[in-house]
Design a protein around this ligand. Structure first.
Ligand SMILES: *[C@@H]1O[C@H](CO)[C@@H](O)[C@H](O)[C@H]1NC(C)=O
Ligand SMILES: *[C@@H]1O[C@H](CO)[C@@H](O)[C@H](O)[C@H]1NC(C)=O
Ligand SMILES: *[C@@H]1O[C@H](CO)[C@@H](O)[C@H](O)[C@H]1NC(C)=O
Ligand SMILES: *[C@@H]1O[C@H](CO)[C@@H](O)[C@H](O)[C@H]1NC(C)=O
Length: 418
């Protein structure tokens, strides 16, 4: 049967319409998935603005501008705004800032779907990759963004707090100043308990006198952690990393590891020094016990922005001290208590954090480049230090100078070793 010209035109038009319908459908689906990401960004933006700390806000690069590289048409912007207005969920952290009393009842409990993807950071990446592919049509390639279009984490996105005390400025802090401090000067803040003009001259605003007492009791420690937390919140950085003054932090390695996690998800990264979770008496329910894991403060730990915002009601505005006193725990245990017990999140164990409670000389020299932190202890009869070639033990009892030269031989102090 022959087709008339009219019929050919009809079929052609029909086919073209089907094609357009197809394109339209796939485009709408893409907008939809794109919006989900944007909304998450939006709501975190709102909650950040609402954080009212008494701490001065250091200048910062706006962490909420992650998606700005995108060149999307007006329609997209419009629908994005519309959605975000109604999508600020009722369980947003922002609500908790207005509450003075600590109460766990309204906490948004993580459900299994969230936990699942917590167990494997890659799951999210893979999902993200799929999404980006889906709307590659309208999006120009931008360098240094991950699969979800979020700007890759830079060193400037990390807040590094070092807890120290006036007694250790000379013996401990000075070693840090000679070594890894120089790789991240702008990111590092030292939290101490006295005015020290000599160090103030070097560090300026980056040396913070917490006005906490200088002893090693629970209250003094949590007092410092409270100030650290508030400074971090005011900095609005993506990551809060805490270390003690007897730690060598491998700065580039820390950055590399943090890039594997999203600051918009809840992450508590660190390493416990116990083989079992901490068990404490539940002071609210007589006869009951609470168990939870915590990352040893002496090994260092990092908390994502998203999680830190949720910690606000228990840790922000000085409330960390109240929480620590309530459960009668030291600072690092209290962090674990807030995150694991009150917020129902999980510690993600990162093996590359090392405190002085570990046998440090067991780290093989060829593995040193991969470690995030190492420590030392000077008190035992056999010093517990890492095994690294370099300066002799009189010049470098902590091995930090040798490690620094091993990792960064380009520093001028290291020339004598070559
Ligand atoms: C878990 O969370 C997801 C996404 O936030 C939600 O859609 C789902 O209903 C939740 N499931 C439960 C059991 O709460
Ligand atoms: C410690 O006290 C001094 C003097 O009163 C004050 O200027 C400073 O802000 C206090 N530090 C903190 C972290 O509150
Ligand atoms: C360590 O090296 C310094 C300088 O090279 C030297 O004076 C000192 O004797 C050495 N100490 C030991 C214990 O080898
Ligand atoms: C040494 O190299 C590292 C990176 O490998 C760099 O960040 C640092 O600035 C360099 N230091 C000097 C003194 O050149």
């Amino acid at each position: 049967m022959r087709l008339s010209f009219k019929k050919v035109v009809k079929y052609t038009i029909f086919l073209i319409m089907v094609m357009f319908l197809n394109i339209w459908i796939s485009y709408t689906v893409n907008i939809w998935s794109f919006n989900n990401f944007q909304d998450r960004e939006k709501s975190s933006e709102v909650s950040e603005i609402s954080y009212g700390g008494a701490v001065p806000r250091p200048p910062e690069d706006d962490p909420t501008k992650d998606g700005e590289g995108f060149n999307i048409d007006l329609n997209l912007h419009f629908s994005r705004k519309q959605r975000s207005a109604k999508e600020i969920s009722p369980n947003n952290e922002l609500a908790y800032y207005s509450k003075d009393k600590l109460s766990g009842t309204h906490m948004d409990r993580k459900n299994n779907s969230n936990l699942l993807h917590k167990l494997n950071p890659l799951t999210d990446k893979h999902r993200g990759r799929g999404k980006k592919k889906a709307f590659v049509v309208s999006e120009p390639e931008i360098e240094k963004t991950d699969e979800t279009g979020v700007r890759e984490t830079e060193l400037s996105d990390i807040f590094i707090s070092v807890k120290t005390t006036s007694k250790y400025h000379q013996s401990r802090v000075s070693i840090l100043l000679k070594t890894w401090y120089r790789l991240a000067k702008e990111q590092i803040y030292f939290f101490t308990d006295a005015n020290d003009q000599e160090f103030k001259d070097v560090l300026g605003d980056h040396l913070v006198n917490t006005n906490c007492s200088a002893d090693h009791r629970r209250h003094s420690l949590s007092c410092k952690m409270a100030v650290e937390f508030d400074y971090y919140m005011a900095s609005r950085k993506r990551w809060f990393c805490h270390v003690d003054d007897d730690v060598y932090l491998n700065v580039p390695r820390l950055l590399e590891v943090l890039r594997g996690y999203s600051h918009k998800e809840d992450w508590y990264l660190g390493k416990p020094s116990l083989k079992y979770p901490l068990e404490v008496v539940d002071r609210e329910n007589a006869g009951m016990k609470l168990t939870f894991w915590f990352a040893t403060g002496g090994a260092g730990f990092c908390i994502s922005r998203s999680l830190a915002l949720k910690m606000g009601p228990y840790a922000g505005g000085g409330r960390f001290v109240t929480t620590a006193e309530k459960v009668r725990l030291p600072d690092d245990c209290t962090v674990g208590y807030i995150i694991e017990y009150l917020l129902k999140n999980r510690l993600t164990v990162i093996e590359e954090f090392h405190s002085h409670l570990e046998t440090l000389w067991l780290i093989r020299p060829h593995q040193l480049k991969k470690q995030i932190t190492v420590s030392y202890s000077e008190y035992s009869s056999k010093p517990n230090v890492i095994n690294v070639q370099g300066f002799n033990s009189t010049q470098d009892p902590t091995r930090f100078l040798s490690l620094h030269c091993f990792l960064f031989p380009n520093f001028s102090e290291c020339r004598v070793l070559l």
